[in-house]
Write a protein that binds this ligand. Structure first.
Ligand code: FES
Ligand code: FE
Length: 466
């Protein structure tokens, strides 16, 4: 038998036509090193929310890929994202999770930076540097592009990346499901409480593909479903939507974003929710009525788990959270989970939601501890010399996605599989890994922005008449 050589990424590891993906992409150290460069240094990443830094001088230390970054608001109220590394010898200039400061002072030799990133203090500048150091060239390293979308702050290190909205494409309506108010007003979300953070021993792609729309793993949540911790009476958190609506897998081709979404019938009111509290239930009933009134048919969309490529995971309804899967080496992931509410939600409702969110999510919550058992053991059991020779199976629903899906007059963008009967498909995972492989193979954003070529081709075919 020929002995395989250990090496990094190569074409064929992601074979979507056959529905097979090599375990190497999850466990190979060299592929991980390559993806930090090719995926994380080029894509748009979620950094934090503006409600975490309301005043000048406020900061929140976040992460982009493996690297620590500082999200802060300068004295002129501008938001910045800086690499958290001193330009002198690389020391972390900010070692707190969050806070407020007039300057970031490096603990090593004392260089200090203003909140707009300028180097403003150099000990012994006159004596040791003979006043010759050109301080304007030694400010903090800043991201190439930053975008504040309805309060959420996204950034990329790549100046050639398309704008954030172009990067999102038609997926924007699914991000809106978490950021817009429950009553349909634009951009009402704020962060509730702190950010939940924990480490899990698996590659970041395990949770990323799970939140892309793995509705096949419900057996893992059987015990919690039986315990009935759903907020809408007994059963799962989405039982009511399941009973009356269509359940879809929606993928945005060429972008790598995908989600589950429910579409409610045209003429039925939204199902009741949070029935364990009459105050909370009444609040959401009123919100949903308003949303139907102001958004019309669009309000029939009910959000469910989804993923913005590569690492931002949405859960727009119950609980309403956004998670990021920060890579910490090929065999470890640090999960950060933000929880959202509308900012003018009554205090009693916020408090009820806070308790529900904590009870439901994270390492001590009723779900996700069961998810993590799967991801952690699957990763460990895939690392062996023999195990990694055998690909995973991604054949479910192969060839079943359709364009231009409509139900009761509401058109859904992207490629869609209606899984109301089938319960699941692996189209979202194939969409995720198709994009991941494109990032691993393409040398430039000119190649990655394939939709621009399609637009150009369509424009060339359009008749130009008088
Ligand atoms: Fe920051 Fe030297 S490493 S001042
Ligand atoms: Fe799960």
């Amino acid at each position: 038998m020929a002995i395989a050589r250990a090496e990094g990424y190569r074409e064929g590891l992601v074979d979507l036509a056959a529905g097979r993906i090599s375990r190497e992409i999850f466990v190979n150290d060299e592929i991980y090193r390559q993806e930090l460069e090719r995926v994380f240094a080029r894509s748009w990443l979620f950094v934090g929310h503006e409600s975490q830094i309301p005043s000048p001088g406020d900061f929140f230390v976040s992460s982009m890929g493996e690297e620590s970054v500082i999200l802060c608001r300068d004295r002129a109220h501008q938001i910045h994202v800086f690499l958290n590394s001193c330009r002198h010898r690389g020391m972390k200039v900010c070692r707190y999770d969050e806070g407020s400061t007039p300057v970031f002072t490096c603990p090593y030799h004392g260089w200090s930076y203003s909140t707009d990133g300028k180097l403003v203090g150099v000990p012994y500048f006159r004596e040791a540097y003979r006043s010759k150091l050109e301080r304007s060239q030694w400010g903090l390293v800043e991201v190439a592009q930053l975008y504040n979308y309805k309060g959420t702050v996204w950034a990329t290190w790549d100046p050639a990346a398309p704008s954030f909205l172009e990067y999102l494409g038609d997926f924007v309506i699914f991000l809106d499901l978490i950021l817009d108010g429950r009553d349909g007003r634009e951009g009402q979300a704020e962060v509730l409480g702190g950010v939940e953070k924990w480490l899990i021993p698996c590659n970041w792609k395990f949770p990323a593909e799970n939140f892309s729309g793995d509705s096949y793993h419900n057996i893992s949540h059987r015990s919690v479903d039986l315990a009935g911790i759903g907020p809408s009476g007994s059963g799962r958190r989405d039982t009511a939507e399941l009973m009356i609506g269509r359940k879809l897998h929606v993928c945005i081709p060429d972008r790598g974003h995908q989600t589950i979404v429910y579409v409610l019938p045209k003429d039925l009111p939204p199902p009741p929710t949070y029935q364990h509290s009459s105050v909370v239930s009444e609040y959401f009933r009123h919100c949903e009525e308003e949303r139907r009134r102001t958004r019309g048919d669009q309000a029939r969309l009910m959000g469910a788990p989804g993923e913005i490529f590569p690492t931002a995971a949405l859960l727009p309804r119950q609980p309403r959270t956004l998670a990021v899967w920060h890579p910490r080496g090929p065999h470890q992931t640090e999960v950060w989970r933000w929880f959202f509410v509308d900012r003018d939600t009554p205090a009693e409702v916020k408090n009820f939601l806070r308790e529900y969110y904590i009870r439901y999510s994270g390492p001590a919550g009723m779900t996700e501890q069961d998810d993590m058992e799967n991801w952690n053991y699957a990763h460990a059991a895939s690392r062996g010399t023999i195990a990694r020779r055998h690909p995973y199976c991604y054949e479910m629903g192969l060839g079943c996605a359709v364009e231009d899906y409509k139900w009761e007059g509401l058109r859904i963008p992207g490629r869609v599989i209606d899984i109301t009967q089938a319960q699941s498909s692996e189209e979202p995972m194939r969409n995720l890994y198709r994009r991941w492989a494109q990032f691993m193979e393409a040398d430039s954003w000119a190649e990655l922005a394939s939709w621009r070529r399609a637009d150009t081709a369509a424009a060339a075919l359009r008749p130009t008449g008088t």
